[in-house]
Design a protein around this ligand. Structure first.
Ligand SMILES: [Zn+2]
Length: 272
């Protein structure tokens, strides 16, 4: 599942390679993935791609006509949605939600083998109409989210730490993988209740969140482009490494749950 570091690098790569290019033709080969009519999709023809951005777990891609943004694609890839920059002749795969034919013989495509992602085509000032958008908390790497601001916010969000980190109303952009990494880095158990945290625990959580996400972005910048359809999780220290030794203490990492597994170290991340 693409999370903040993955989508940050995808946006950077789109800016490097396709921003400013004209969309010759736009279509939705698998219309169910797109929350827009075929006519609205087709109307993207003749626009230019603006600068891509990321907000939470959304990739934002503006379409510009005569110098003004006329539409914004907000893509929430969920489990398996991926953007591809491909040659025009590349076979159009099943489950392609959007295909943009760009000048210079390349396509930008969104492919989603799990069909769980959603593509919204919003008016420039219409992002608030996207479900959950207006309730979204700050991005986990937002410079305005200082330690003080983080302390204020966390007070309003009770419950266990793992779901808390994944709750976009608290901070946005963190999913199942990076919540495991952050909690391991902070030496906090995923099931621990927020109400049991002291001031120093909260500071450690905040610093771990920033460090883990920042390091991941650096690493992904080196390993993923130009192949933005791929995802690099090889460097994660604990997520989905149940049974392997903890990189810090050497004891066996525990893993519970299936597809949405949680991995942690019972020694380094004590339950209280
Ligand atoms: Zn350990």
């Amino acid at each position: 599942m693409p999370e903040l570091p993955d989508l940050t690098v995808v946006a950077e790569e789109l800016n490097r390679r396709v921003a400013g290019r004209t969309v010759l033709e736009a279509s939705a080969p698998t219309p169910i993935l797109v929350r827009a009519t075929p006519e609205e999709v087709a109307a993207l023809s003749g626009t230019k791609l603006g600068a891509a951005n990321r907000r939470g777990k959304f990739l934002l891609l503006p379409f510009v006509r005569d110098g003004s943004v006329v539409r914004v694609l907000a893509a929430n890839p969920m489990l398996a949605g991926r953007f591809w920059i491909t040659g025009r002749r590349e076979r159009v795969r099943a489950r392609t939600g959007l295909r943009l034919l760009l000048e210079r013989d390349e396509d930008l495509r969104y492919v989603d083998r799990e069909m769980l992602g959603k593509l919204y085509l919003a008016e420039p000032d219409g992002l608030d109409d996207i479900p959950g958008w207006s309730e979204m908390g700050p991005d986990a790497d937002d410079p305005a989210l200082t330690l003080d601001a983080f302390r204020q916010r966390i007070r309003r969000h009770p419950g266990e730490l793992k779901p808390l980190l994944r709750n976009p109303r608290f901070v946005s952009g963190i999913g199942n993988a990076y919540s495991d990494e952050i909690l391991w880095e902070a030496r906090l158990a995923p099931f621990r209740k927020r109400s049991t945290l002291g001031d120093d625990d909260i500071e450690r959580l905040y610093l771990a969140m920033r460090r883990v996400l920042g390091d991941a972005i650096d690493r992904i910048r080196r390993s993923v482009p130009p192949n933005i359809e791929t995802q690099d999780r090889s460097f994660l220290k604990v997520h989905l490494r149940g049974g392997e030794p903890c990189p810090r203490c050497g004891r066996e990492l525990r893993q519970i749950g299936g597809r949405e597994a949680t991995t942690f170290c019972r020694t380094c991340q004590p339950p209280f």
